[in-house]
Design a protein around this ligand. Sequence first.
Ligand code: MOS
Length: 738
Amino acid sequence: MGFFDEPFDLTTAAEGRVEGIAKVTGGGKYAAEYKVNGLCHAVLVGSTVAAGTILNINTNNAKQVAGVLGIITHLQKPLVPGMANEEKIKEARFGLPIFHTDKIYFKGQPIALVIAETLEDATYAASLVTAEYKEDTKIVDFNGALASVSLTPAGKDRGDIAALNNAAQTIEAEYNIKAEVHNPMEMHATIAEWIADDKLKLFDKNQGVNNVQRTFAKLFNIPVDNIEVISEFVGGGFGSGLRVWPHALACIMAAKLVKRPVKLMLTRPQMFHSVGYRPASWQKIKLGANADGKFVGIHHQAKNGTSFYENFNEGITRVTRLIYHFDNLKAEAATVPLNLSTPTWMRGPGDCTGDFAIESAIDELSYKLNIDPIDLRMKNLALAKHPDSGLPWSTNYINECIEKGAQMINWKDRKATHSQNVNGDWSIGYGMAVGAWNAGRGTASAGIQMQKDGTLTVQTAMTDIGTGTGISMQNIAHESTGISKSKIKIELGNSNLPPAPSQGGSNGLSSIGGAVVAAVAALKLKLAAYAASQNEAYKNATAADILMSDNGISFKTANNQFISFTSLWEKNKLAILEVEASSGPGTERQKYAFCSSAAHFCKVRVNRKTGKVKIERLVTVSDGGKIISEKAAANQMSGAAVGGIGMALMEEQATDERLGTLVGNDFAGYHFPVNADAPIIEVAFINKPDPNINPQGSKGLGEVGIIGTAAAIANAIYNATGKRLRDLPITPDKVLLG
Ligand code: MOS
């Protein structure tokens, strides 16, 4: 494993993914791709109104279609015990009580499910289902509904923000961000099969198989172990797979009804209202500083959209308490119910929204104070301790991220005054912003199966949603055993394997890494116990004393005197050695605070005639502790940065207020960056291990790659043009009119 201080070059990095070949050759199976005997197909029918009550549903024509096996509506459905009554529905906290209500909360809400022999039969029959509704007044316009909810405190105040009145300079501004949709490449899909009345098998796209198990065990009142969930390959998630969504339940109900395995895959348009999204948000910031640049305080107000059947608070002001010293701080928040489906976590949830406003305001303040935005941040970073908890950071190298990024982008080429760097129709500008994320860790388990030839199979139920969990587990197993990587196989994404938390919140590797280390220690002890029959000295060996390599096991002090695995296996008549161990956070969390961080730097060109913004360079430097797998980590960061470009310039889930409809809910209408919109993202890491967070010293990276990216871009646009654009996405019309 190489430590690297230089910017990472994705194009020359050697190390791939353990699952790479399976993925690119089509060998890897995604949820909808499994061949299951007797499989039939289900298609959802969506409500055509955004608010109201179903008066009746007409399924007669659909039933006549050849191949139709059954139709589910709220009037005719298999029993779901966990939704038997209002009380149970509340208790289940499942979200939309699909087929267990006549209420309509949003347009597209499933009102029926058609099951048929083929996808074509089901799709055609679904098109024939009609319904009558009693329509209610609908609200889908977030900004229009803003005033209808009042702010309430979000956490404890610090000091007194009245101090802002005496600040030398203040910024007071509002920020609006449109809803964004995850849109992973793989659409959500479930294949459900009832193996017995109380035994369920699912091939399902999600970010946590154990979470899926628990959810359905509760809903169907069956033991968790009676449910097998297989999610071996997951084609992206970005948060959309962290909850269990109604379509998966619908598929399981269908399998119950027709007593056959059923497949339900969402269409791309259905993805826009079925699996969450980043809610629209409004923020107001008042930020002040002394003439020397020391922050006086911040008043942060935030509102985000939610649905009428659930309250989703995104936590927009969490990041306000994370990065900088504010002696005086007041944070307030509210959610705005809309006739839309419930939003959910989307990459950098809350923090990347709040961070956009804060980092835009700081940039604006820097011009007022005539202090370089880097210097202004450096003066105010909370580098010693978590500003809220007061616990010292275990490690926090956000300042080093800034220094390195400034070097990489040649920050000195930036003009301190806006609109000074002009080339023909193009204005050139530089901007930067930082981001941080509370670095977590959950309890996870890993298993190892070892064969006589010294090969290892390392297992966990955790999914790898494209983040590189598999390759990172392989690296940790290799580092801690000395066994060649080619002899270490990784198995994951199956609920029959040792349990693990969902992959989300930048917690995946942070959680599973320790479990792999613990399983290796257990394996070493087991090997030592068998070796004791050949060499008494192994009797009292601890895991730390044992050295492993492809040659066998040895003592660290024994100068490569190895007992071969072959002889161990033969002497002890072993077939396969199996160990399982778990690992999780401990008392270190009472002593230290943990965060990952990143600094983002951007060079843009803005065309003054068309308003077109071209990202010329995007540099992302991150502190994610020790980097376990260089290429996967760099992929994480560059992917997140591209997401940040989308957030800054393109992504917008528009709604039509008149019809209550989502607009552009497909890949023609919903724009995100393609290769032509994104430069090669320049990624670097600080790569210093965090000695306390977990055995391998890695902090999460999934979120920080996007927290601050949009602000860096908006700040660069200001530097280029003098236009302070506070509403995302910054489309050409806003650049021209702003
Ligand atoms: Mo993510 S929002 O942690 O999948």
